[in-house]
Each structure stands twice: as C-alpha cells, then as structure tokens.
Design a protein around this ligand. Structure first.
Ligand code: GLY
Ligand code: MN
Ligand code: MN
Length: 434
C-alpha cells in the first residue's frame, strides 16, 4: 500500500472529526502466549488503516488543523541491544522519514507530551473499551488536565467513540484495497484447489489443512482465521476447530479457509466429496446450496439492501428443502415461521476487509444498509443436517456451505474467488484429478 493512501485516509478522517478534536489511536499490544513467548504480532486494524506503521508500542495522534503538524506518532526509540534481539525499529526519525508523520516522539515521553496536545481541544476521539491497558492512561491524561482547570487550562469535555467514524471509511474499499482483496482471494483460491486435489479417504483433516497453509505461506500470507477442515458429521458443527479426524470414503469435506495478505483477508468455503463422487443425497443438498448461493450473489448489487442476498438464499434453501423432502409445508409459511433455520441457522455473509468479519454497520437508521460500489462481503449459505427421525438416513450428517468473496461494482458484483470450482461436476473432476 502506498504511503499517500494512508495520508488520504487520515485527511478524510480529520475532515470528519473537525478542528476541535484530537484523535488517539494506539497500536496493538504484543500478546503473550506463555512465559516470555509472544504470539506472532498483528497490528491493530484501525492503527494500520491510518498509519501503515507495523510496530507495537506506538500511538498515533491526529490534530486536525494544527499548524505545526496534524499527524504525530509516538514510537519505540532505536535501541542497538534490543534491535539485535528483535529486529530493526524505525524510531522517531523513521516514523517521520518512512511513514510520513509530521513529527514523532519516543513512546516513553507520551505522558509528558500528550496532555499538552489535548489542551484546548474540546473532544477526544478514542475507542474507549477496546484497549484494556491504554484506557486508564487516556482517562488519567484527561483528569490531570481537568484538575488544572482552575488555573485556566481548558480540558476536553467529551470522549467520543472513534471506531464508528473510521468504520464508515473502512467500509468503502479504495482501488488499492480492492487490489489487496483480489490478491488475498487469488492466493486462497490456489490454496483450496491444492487442498481439494490432495484430499482423499484415509487422509487426516490436518493434512488437508497443511496443504492450505503451505500455499498461504508460499505467498507470504497467513490464515486470516483458524480454518475449518470438517469431514463428514464435523461439517454440522459450525465452529468446528479440532481438524484432527480421519476422512472416510463417503464423506463430504467442508473446507473453510482464507488467507490474510498485506493485512487484507479472504474467506472461502468449498464442500466436496473426498472420494471424488457425491452420493445422490449429497448432490441434492449441494445443488440446493449452490442455487441459493448463486441467487444471493445475483442480489449483491449496488442499490439493493444488505439483507436482499440473505432473503434470496433463504427462499431457495426453503424451496429446496421442501423439494428434497426435509421440510413439509408451504415455502412461504416455512420462511415466515423460520422453519428453515433448523437446517440453515446462520446468515448469508458479512463485510470483508482488514478483518475477516470486517467493520461497518449492517443497518442504518433501523433499515438494512444499501449496498454501494466498493463494499466487500462474503456470500455463504449452507445446509446442515443432523441425524433425526424426521430425516431419511441418507441425509444424516451432510453439511454443505459454499462461500465466495465479492466486491460490489457499478455493474454488478465482482466475485473475487470465481476461479475456484463450485459446480458439482467441476468439483468432482477436480477432486478426482488428484
Ligand atoms: N470463516 C468464518 C466465516 O465464514 O464467517
Ligand atoms: Mn468462512
Ligand atoms: Mn465468512
């Protein structure tokens, strides 16, 4: 991502916040896994969105209209010894020279400098509640200023929620973001295809996972979330995460994985027969989910509402469940009573971006949001059939989900993951080609 893109975002945000505001955005902390071992570092999505600065122990401060500089960074100082252990740091000079800050200071000086920057601004824009260790410090700085009020210091009167304002910017993906999403989608398509070729009866779910991760890492990408590699009945557990079972001859495998590349996520699901052939019952369910997904994608158009794709999917799934005999009654009333939820209990998608479940309101003023060009979302209907006396045995434990990533365009949706096989015959050919 080019440096000027981050500058554009800051400028946009500052226009929305106004000159009486100061925005404070901390970097993600290093999270401890155990002992002195940290988790792999992932920058906070908001901090990344505004700065592109990749290090921990940093704070961005935006001061709209400040003549001496609107964009300040507090960062770790250079430290020869620590850099020998943990790698290079930018330091304040790098924050200015490489990341475009108007000015930068050592993070250890923040207590001394930040209260002075708050003075005279009436509103602090900060995501209270999102940064456990940082919240009390912000309150401490404000309170310290308030105590000085009788000496004529004007302390901010209000702490306003910042995330919500940035969410409205993050919802519309720029050209560069769209390119990043396309890349993440492309790598994910390659990874799922590789895994689908590899999977066979007798293989372990984690071996399939290894194929996916190998392909991600080969492109310098990581999983954007813990992948779901769910063979047979495991597919009916929505958040199945053990990924440690053996794949049986007649099993379907539900594979839900997506990479994160340059901080942007993909999120894709394919369901396929590990033996290379759908049973008639599996194929019947698969065809319903596929029809539902295609109907939902067709509704993911600028001008439609957020819920239109879901409603389309619900209609097709309900009709399909009646056709194959799993639901009885009139589809219209089965939709009204929510009877379909026994088999399709989740929603049809979510926003996609820096976070796999990306930010942005789904309703505005009580109404479903209108889809607009530049928004990115997943479309992922499914049918999951638990054993039950009401269901013929050949349908037991079938779980099917099909998930693609979309970008809303002016002339319809762009399916970023369209290259990955999903027609039943094409899926069979791919799995058999292993
Ligand atoms: N993999 C999480 C989801 O599909 O939303
Ligand atoms: Mn998914
Ligand atoms: Mn998803």
């Amino acid at each position: 991502m080019e440096r000027k893109e981050f500058g554009r975002r800051r400028a946009q945000l500052m226009r929305l916040l106004g000159r009486d505001s100061i925005a404070i955005v901390p970097a993600a902390p290093v999270r401890r896994r155990n002992g002195d071992i940290p988790y792999a570092y992932r920058q906070d999505s908001y901090f990344h969105y505004l700065t592109g600065f990749p290090e921990p122990e940093a704070v961005a401060v935006l001061l709209p209209g400040r003549p001496q500089g609107e964009y300040l960074l507090f960062v770790r100082e250079r430290d020869r010894l620590k850099e020998d252990w943990d790698g290079p740091r930018s330091g304040p000079d790098g924050a200015v020279g490489l990341f475009g800050a108007d000015d930068a200071f050592p993070i250890v000086d923040i207590d001394e400098i930040l209260p002075g920057l708050m003075e005279g601004r009436s509103r602090i824009c900060y995501s209270m509640g999102a940064h456990e260790e940082f919240d009390p410090r912000v309150l401490g700085w404000v309170n310290a200023l308030r105590v000085q009020a009788r000496h004529g210091v004007s302390a901010p009167q209000e702490i306003a929620a910042l995330a919500h304002v940035i969410d409205d910017l993050r919802l519309y993906k720029s050209r560069a973001e769209q390119a990043a999403l396309r890349k993440a989608a492309q790598v994910t398509v390659g990874a799922l295809r590789r895994a689908m070729r590899f999977a066979r009866p007798g293989a372990m779910e984690y071996e399939v996972l290894a194929e996916v991760v190998h392909e991600f890492k080969r492109h310098n990408a990581d999983p954007a979330y813990h992948p779901i590699v769910a063979g047979g009945a495991n597919a009916c557990t929505m958040h199945y995460s053990a990924n440690d079972a053996v794949l049986g001859e007649g099993d379907l495998l539900l594979l839900d994985a997506g990479c994160e590349l340059d901080c942007y996520a993909a999120d894709v699901t394919r369901t396929f027969p590990v033996g290379g052939r759908f049973s008639p019952a599996q194929r019947a369910v698969y065809e319903v989910v596929l029809r539902a997904q295609l109907a939902a994608i067709d509704k993911a158009r600028a001008g439609n509402h957020w819920n239109d794709p879901h409603e389309a999917a619900v209609r097709v799934v309900t009709h399909g469940l009646v056709e194959i005999g799993l639901l009885k009654g009139r589809p219209a009333s089965l939709i009204k009573t929510g009877a379909y939820r026994e088999f399709f209990g989740h929603r049809t998608g979510h926003w996609l971006g820096l976070d796999v479940h990306d930010v942005g309101d789904y309703k505005v003023g009580g109404e479903w949001r209108v889809l607009e060009p530049g928004m990115s979302l997943t479309v992922e209907p499914g049918i999951y059939i638990r054993p039950s006396t009401k269901v013929p045995k050949e349908f037991w434990n079938i779980g099917v989900r099909i998930e693609d990533d979309l970008l809303i365009g002016r002339d319809g949706p762009e399916v970023l993951t369209a290259a990955l096989e999903k027609e039943a015959d094409a899926i069979e050919r791919l799995v058999q080609a292993s």
